[in-house]
Design a protein around this ligand. Structure first.
Ligand code: ARG
Length: 401
């Protein structure tokens, strides 16, 4: 079933289809498309476009369409996109009545609505997974409040800290990540349906009610903006990239802490990999993949922003390319965040090794300078005295009592 073609004589080229069709990936929006269509059927029935019976027939048929998962892409070239797929299936079930569903609607407001619904679920999923990782880090911190270790700046031993302080640094980062996802959800919580192709719908649709039925806080206000706005997509992608960047940061620390050289901690067997050649190896692949995924996420984010910049209002087909980076990043987050959680839970901390490293001359230097300063020596002078003593190997002869 074609959604357009009345003014065309020939068939579309195979190359046009290969480039233009999006069903291979936008089938991911299937559940949201069915949900949006059911809400639209009710909304236009209230305007008198459908009789109550017709509405009931369409809604029941849409529900049954929604039961069966859409076909996998290589099996079919029959559908242009998920919207035409749903309408075709509806047509198979109820015939020409299916054609009334698209009254007053465009795929432009439809896809914007589907994507926002999808993004909201994706952002809520991210929130749940990040909150759970944060709880894991809080538990780890609670268990290691007395665990002294060297703190680093510039990868050089700086001052003693506890492993709990390290855990809680990531708790702070994840707390900001959560607030970014919440902000994005809040700002994106507007329903575009009823914006039509760009100029609104001719039907007196109750858009407040439509928005509420679909779980949005309110309808969008400007139809031109509503069909072209992808801010929510960019914000989701940024929040996800920032989270992955924090996890990459964490991965980098743990790769060092679990290295043969530092040996402050050991990876759980279930979260490490071996080598096909070197029997002794226990590799931090999970951490390295988290770090690698952060790099790719930055590419996805800049890719999307580049697609969006400078598009003429309103809908342009460039916007079809907004989806795959979002789908990919959701899958990455759903895997990486809990994997890091499992790794942290199982991480074995070598407390003695950490404590021993935390008592080196390097690490007490600053507190020696502080103690001299407490006796009334200007801090600049105290700094100089301690620096010289370190160089001369006489640090412990200093009177810091
Ligand atoms: N598959 C399209 C997309 O993802 C749906 C919107 C099509 N609209 C249009 N005017 N061709 O953006």
């Amino acid at each position: 079933m074609k959604m357009w073609g009345g003014r065309f004589e020939g068939e579309p080229s195979k190359l046009l289809r290969a480039l233009n069709d999006s069903f291979a990936f936008d089938r991911e929006l299937f559940a949201e498309d069915v949900q949006g269509s059911i809400a639209w059927a009710h909304a236009i029935a209230e305007c008198g476009v459908l009789t109550p019976d017709e509405c009931e027939t369409i809604v029941q048929a849409l529900k049954s369409v929604g039961q069966a998962p859409p076909p996998v892409p290589q099996d079919t070239q029959d559908y242009e996109d998920v919207h035409s797929y749903v309408e075709s299936k509806l047509y198979e079930l109820i015939g020409p009545l299916a054609g009334k569903l698209h009254t007053g609607r465009s795929r432009n407001d439809q896809v914007a609505t589907d994507l926002k619904l999808w993004l909201k679920h994706a952002a809520q999923e991210a929130v749940a997974k990040i909150a759970s990782l944060r709880a894991t880090l809080e538990r780890k911190a609670a268990a290691e409040t007395e665990t002294k270790m060297p703190g680093y700046t510039h990868s050089k031993q700086a001052e003693p800290i506890t492993f709990a302080l390290w855990c809680r640094a990531y708790v702070e980062m994840l707390t900001r990540d959560l607030s970014r996802f919440h902000d994005a959800i809040e700002r994106g919580d507007e329903c575009p349906l009823g914006s039509g192709a760009l100029a609104g719908t001719p039907l007196p649709v109750n858009r407040e009610k439509l928005a509420n039925v679909l779980g949005f806080a309110r309808p969008t206000r400007n139809s031109l903006d509503a069909v072209s706005d992808r801010d929510f997509a960019a914000e989701y992608l940024f929040a996800a990239t920032m989270t992955l960047s924090h996890l990459s940061h964490l991965a980098e620390d743990l790769i060092f802490y679990t290295s043969d050289e530092a040996a402050y901690a050991e990876l759980p067997d279930s979260m490490a990999t071996g080598s096909s050649r070197m029997p002794q190896k226990k590799n931090p692949d999970v951490l390295e993949l988290a770090r690698g995924h952060a790099g790719r996420a930055i590419g996805e984010l800049t890719g999307l922003l580049s697609v969006l910049k400078g598009l003429p209002l309103a809908y342009d087909k460039d916007l079809q390319l907004d989806k795959e980076p979002l789908f990919r990043i959701r899958a990455v987050l759903a895997l990486v965040v809990p994997a890091i959680g499992e790794l942290i839970s199982g991480l074995r901390i070598h407390r003695e090794k950490m404590a021993e490293a935390a008592t080196s001359d390097q690490l007490v230097a600053t507190s020696y300078a502080d103690r001299l300063a407490a006796k009334g020596i200007p801090f600049r002078e105290a700094h100089e005295i301690v620096g010289k003593a370190i160089k001369a190997g006489t640090l412990h002869e200093l009177d810091v009592k």
